[in-house]
Design a protein around this ligand. Structure first.
Ligand code: NOJ
Length: 770
């Protein structure tokens, strides 16, 4: 049945406000009390307009409406905006402040364009499977790292005055079958996939980062396309009423993913507050017209009139929508929506909506300010160096270099790269996380410009199909180049899971071809996540850099790293296994039997995703989670841990305090503090990331290692530093399914510190509860 095996949780919890949002809630309550029933239905339902999502105005109350725009990497659809490094890229920086700044800059661009609501950051897909088409929009398959990034992202956006929408809630880990399959007559052939996970896995992996984001007062949450344990995420009362609003104390509003609503009253009762893209007309009988009609809209008015939906629930929906708006002072001097954005919005191109009401006098508003410089810096600081033999990098005024690969090249088919372009560098993924470049610096252009300083001879081959079978020696003539740079790309996109974990366009053969002749082959990958690197141990492959999707300054960022202008300090936010057959999680595909409920995606690996799996089962990997080299060396010693309240006895169970955003505040209490001493033992300044991992006592079954703290620090040669890791109650707890609470188990924890999940330098035993 529709609700499957997900238990019912009703009624939908009402907004209670928070101390920070108290005045805003009062304003929202006042606003609601002035509305007619039709206006109320109007406010919870999207309408056509210039933005990807629009809430219409109530002009008699001086409310000019809401403009909702994608996404996590750029204001989209729009022009004269910056394209920022993607989520997985900046996660590789392991730098809270960098992530905050990057989202703050993005937030300023939203505000500049007059978009109140940003459709990001992304905490789901978490990255359960490396084949996932959208992992690059999010941060890392590690929930702790993603949680920290979500928190920084929400604060960054909201400090800039725009609403953050945390998405996608929840267990949206694959693109395959994310939308229902309909027969030509409009009836349902297959429903969307159902992600089926156990309660503990849901809490410890998938909800975890959202808890951080909600604690940071996220304004909105987007419910996902998929079903969870049998019931659509946007009408799953356990997910929305139970976990999100009750357990995590979420005070904002739940909007649907676009056309992700499959019922009206049932979804409103289950906790959905806004339908996007909506349309105010009531749902018609023809399913292929869903774009022009809504299960909300006029149906909400009818449902309140006939008593199926309590008006108090509708009022709560609007209070949740309006409170963040007032809290962020969007009622005061918020820029008008840039009307030129409508030009790029294809969402309603087939509708009869007229844009006459928009003033088209204004040209595209340029909101980029000085963000390009920081994008360059952020992407450089997020680059991960995986190999560097004999100090091949940084380059030292080479007399000759050769550049290989389509990914080095400028894009020759325009800057708005919708589909895979054969020759051209890849700097962002596809779909709603895309952005419209105003410029994109390719590696080739940037290297050529930099090479002038050293009078370096630069030659290049850009066609992978040619390089893979060529004798590359024929390119360079008498003298071999001092370095051969190979640029590889791996495309990832919304609506499309990856078919392979290899790089695109015969990239592996390209590396083999170059490395067979060039004894100093340096490989740079631009990818949306993990790619298998079968050439990693090739003796002629002397250096490997994973640059992910760096955004518009791509070429400049990599030049800064190749030539050593920026300190290298990125660390992998996932594992690179030895080969694809090591991977234990794949999207659910190829369902062959017939029946609407056939698409079942069983999360049978439970907690064991990415390194939690490899480490627990001692599976050798190519490059482990948390790994990344630098241009200097560091030492780490003397891990110690002390209670922050020495006199207090710690109980296994958290005190039952009134829920606040983020859940029971007792979970966020810092119980212990661990410290470790670092030193830069090399001869250049540089940054590193001290990482803290815990192992649970044997009494509890858990992955053998879990990240529970990290700190990035910049040190000059010889300089020492004490890194501090606050350990909160949540960090030491597991979700106990029978008692339905977080518990600290009795017994010995082991805390370990190091520079990666395998490069561990010290450990201590901790017994928090007796
Ligand atoms: C669908 C995507 O899943 C979502 O992330 C996006 O915000 C909406 N489309 C609007 O473009």
């Amino acid at each position: 049945g529709e609700y499957g095996h997900s238990p019912p949780v009703y009624p939908s919890p009402k907004i209670t406000g928070t101390s920070e949002w108290e005045t805003a809630l009062n304003k929202a309550e006042h606003f609601v009390s002035s509305l007619t029933l039709d206006e109320k239905a109007w406010l919870v339902t999207g309408v056509p307009g210039p933005c990807i999502g629009n809430i219409g105005p109530v002009l008699r109350l001086n409310f000019t409406g809401l403009c909702l725009q994608d996404g996590p990497n750029a204001v989209r659809p729009s022009d004269y905006v910056s394209v920022f490094p993607s989520g997985i890229t900046i996660a590789s920086s392991w730098d809270r402040d960098l992530i905050y700044d990057r989202f703050h800059d993005l937030g300023l661009e939203y505000k500049g364009k007059g978009a109140q609501v940003a459709l990001g950051p992304v905490g789901g897909a978490l990255g359960r499977t490396p084949y996932g088409g959208r992992n690059w929009e999010g941060f890392s398959p590690d929930p702790y790292l993603t949680g920290v990034a979500m928190e920084s992202g929400v604060r960054g956006l909201q400090d800039a005055g725009v609403q953050a929408t945390i998405k996608h809630w929840l267990l949206y880990e694959q693109e395959t079958q994310r939308s229902p399959t309909l027969y030509p007559n409009g009836t349902l052939e297959f429903s969307t996939y159902s992600s089926n996970a156990d309660d503990r896995t849901i809490h410890e992996l998938y909800m975890w980062p959202f808890a951080n984001a909600i604690r940071a007062q996220a304004s909105a949450a987007m419910c996902s396309y998929n079903r969870v344990n049998g019931s659509y995420a946007c009408q799953n009362s356990k997910l929305l009423n139970g976990l999100l609003k009750e357990e995590l104390g979420f005070q904002g509003y739940v909007m649907t993913d676009w056309s992700g609503l499959h019922s009206g009253v049932a979804s409103a009762q289950a906790g959905t507050d806004m339908d996007q893209p909506g349309h105010i007309e009531p749902m018609t009988t023809l399913l292929n017209q869903t774009r022009l009609s809504s299960y909300f809209g006029g149906n909400i008015t009818l449902a309140v009139r006939n008593g199926t939906l309590p008006e108090s629930r509708l009022d709560d929906m609007i209070k949740r929508i309006m409170t963040p708006y007032y809290a962020l002072r969007q009622d005061q001097d918020f820029p008008a929506t840039d009307p030129a954005m409508a030009y790029y919005n294809t969402q309603f191109s087939s509708s009869n909506y007229s844009m006459d009401s928009l003033v088209f006098g204004e040209k595209s508003r340029d909101v980029r300010q000085d963000h390009g410089g920081r994008i360059r810096q952020h992407a450089a600081e997020s680059t991960v160096m995986l190999k560097n033999t004999n100090g091949t990098l940084p380059l030292k005024a080479p007399t000759s270099i050769a550049i290989f690969g389509s990914d080095a090249a400028p894009n020759t088919q325009g800057l708005f790269i919708r589909g895979p372009s054969e020759i051209g560098t890849l700097a962002i993924g596809g779909g709603s996380g895309n952005g419209r470049f105003t410029y994109l610096v390719s590696p080739l252009e940037a290297i050529k410009a930099r090479a002038v300083q050293d009078n370096t001879l630069v030659q290049f081959w850009l066609n992978n199909t040619v390089i893979k079978d060529a004798n590359v020696e024929s390119l360079w003539g008498a003298t071999a180049p001092e370095a051969c740079l190979v640029f590889l790309k791996s495309r990832a996109s919304e609506r499309l899971d990856r078919e392979s974990l290899a790089v695109d366009q015969h990239g592996d053969t390209v590396v083999e071809s170059v490395a067979s002749k060039c004894s100093n082959t340096i490989v740079v990958t631009h990818s949306g996540g993990m790619t298998i690197m079968p050439w990693a141990d090739h003796p002629n492959v002397t250096a490997i850099l994973a640059a992910h999707y760096p955004g518009q300054e791509s070429g400049h960022s990599i030049v800064d790293i190749l030539y050593g202008a920026k300190s290298l300090s990125g660390k992998l936010p996932y594992t690179v296994p030895l080969n694809a057959s090591s991977v234990n999680t794949a999207p659910t595909t190829n369902i062959t039997t017939s029946g609407v409920d056939d698409w079942q995606s069983w999360y049978s690996e439970g907690l064991e995703i990415d390194y939690r799996y490899y480490h627990t089962h001692k599976i050798p990997v190519q490059y482990e989670f948390g790994f990344g080299l630098s241009y200097t060396n560091f030492s780490m010693a003397s891990l110690r841990v002390k209670p922050t309240h020495p006199e207090a006895r710690i109980l296994s169970q958290p005190e039952a305090l009134a829920t606040r955003p983020g859940g029971n505040p007792a979970l966020w209490d810092v119980l212990f503090e661990a410290e470790v001493t670092l030193q830069n033992t090399g001869s250049t300044s540089g940054a590193t990331v001290a990482q803290l991992y815990i192992s649970f006592p044997d009494e509890v079954s858990a992955p053998s290692l879990q990240l529970r703290g990290f700190e990035k620090t910049y040190l000059s040669p010889g300089e020492s530093y004490t890194a501090t890791f606050p350990l909160m109650r949540r960090d030491l707890s597991y979700w106990n399914v029978t008692q339905q609470t977080w518990l600290i188990p009795e017994g010995d924890f082991i805390l370990r510190v190091g520079f990666s999940s395998l490069d561990l330098h010290d450990s201590v035993v901790l017994r928090p509860v007796e």
